[in-house]
Design a protein around this ligand. Structure first.
Ligand SMILES: C[S@@+](CC[C@H](N)C(=O)[O-])C[C@H]1O[C@@H](n2cnc3c(N)ncnc32)[C@H](O)[C@@H]1O
Length: 246
C-alpha cells in the first residue's frame, strides 16, 4: 500500500515535467559521470530512486543499479522505463540490505524528505551497513537558505516564470524541528496544482556529525557535479563518505 500523501505519490504524475523545468534532466549526464567514478562496472543502490532519472542512465553505463522508493507510482514509472534495474518499495529511513554495494547514493536533496533527525541518522546507519569495504555514500543536498524566513515564518518565492508556467513556493518554517513545510503552486495554462512537502534541512557540518555517528567519515565535498569547489556561495553540496577506518 502507498501513502497517497507521500512526496512520490503527489509528484509522480508531473515528475518528468517538473524535473525538466527545474533543470534536473539537463544536468543528468554530469551527475552520472560523477557517480560512475565510484562504481564503474560495479554495483550501486539509490535511495529514493524515483522514476530513474539518474539510475536509468547510470545502469546503461554498465553499473548494476538497484533502488528503494516508498512510492508505488514512481516505481511503476521506473518499471516502464527499464528492466535493467531491481527496485523495491521501502522506507529509506529504515532499510536493511543483504547485499553490499560499491556505492550507495541519494541525490536531489531526497535525504531531507526524512523530516526527523532520528530518521536521517537511521538512514545513514543503514546506508553505511550496505557499503562494501571500500564503498562510498554520495549525498547531494541543497544548502539551507533561511534568509527570507528570518523574522517571519513565511515566505513566497518564485521558482520559475516563463511563457507557460509560474511556479511559486510558499513555506512555513518550524525552527524547533528544522522543518520547512511548503506548498508548491504550479500555474500552467488555466490549471493550478498544489504540491505539498515537508523537509528537515541540515547544514553540512551537522550532516558530517550525523554521518560520524553512523560510522562514516567525509572523504570529499564538492559544490556541483563538475567537481567545482564548495564555497560560501554554493547552493548545494555533493558529499562523499567512506566507512571510518577501524
Ligand atoms: C526528489 S525525488 C528524487 C527522485 C530521483 N532520485 C531523482 O533524483 O530524480 C525523491 C524520491 O524519494 C522518494 N522518497 C521520499 N521519501 C522516501 C522514503 N522515506 N522512503 C523511500 N523513498 C522516499 C520519493 O517517492 C521520490 O521518488
Amino acid at each position: 500500500m502507498c501513502d497517497k500523501l507521500s512526496y512520490g505519490e503527489i509528484y509522480a504524475p508531473i515528475y518528468e515535467k517538473y524535473t525538466t523545468v527545474q533543470g534536473k534532466v539537463a544536468e543528468v549526464d554530469e551527475t552520472v559521470a560523477f557517480l560512475e567514478r565510484y562504481c564503474s562496472r560495479g554495483s550501486a543502490l539509490e535511495l529514493g530512486i524515483g522514476d530513474g532519472r539518474v539510475a536509468v542512465p547510470l545502469s546503461e553505463r554498465g553499473v548494476k543499479v538497484e533502488g528503494i522508493d516508498n512510492s508505488c507510482s514512481m516505481l511503476q514509472i521506473l518499471a516502464k522505463r527499464t528492466d535493467l534495474i531491481k527496485a523495491w518499495q521501502g522506507d529509506i529511513g529504515h532499510f536493511k540490505s543483504e547485499q553490499r554495494y560499491n556505492m550507495v547514493y541519494c541525490v536531489y536533496s531526497t535525504f531531507t524528505l526524512l523530516f526527523t533527525r532520528e530518521a536521517q541518522i537511521a538512514c545513514l546507519r543503514s546506508a553505511a551497513e550496505a557499503l562494501d569495504h571500500e564503498g562510498v555514500l554520495v549525498l547531494e543536498l541543497g544548502v539551507p537558505s533561511l534568509d527570507p524566513l528570518v523574522g517571519g515564518q513565511k515566505t513566497t518565492t518564485a521558482r520559475l516564470v516563463d511563457d507557460e508556467n509560474t511556479i511559486l513556493n510558499v513555506t512555513v518554517h518550524d525552527p524547533l524541528n528544522q522543518n520547512l513545510v511548503s506548498t508548491l503552486l504550479w500555474f500552467s495554462g488555466t490549471s493550478v496544482r498544489r504540491l505539498p512537502q515537508r523537509v528537515r534541512y541540515v547544514y553540512h557540518q551537522e550532516l558530517d556529525t550525523m554521518a560520524e555517528c553512523a560510522g562514516l567519515e567525509l572523504a570529499e565535498r564538492w559544490g556541483d557535479w563538475a567537481r567545482g569547489a564548495f564555497t560560501e556561495r554554493s547552493e548545494r553540496h555533493i558529499s562523499v563518505y567512506r566507512r571510518c577506518s577501524p
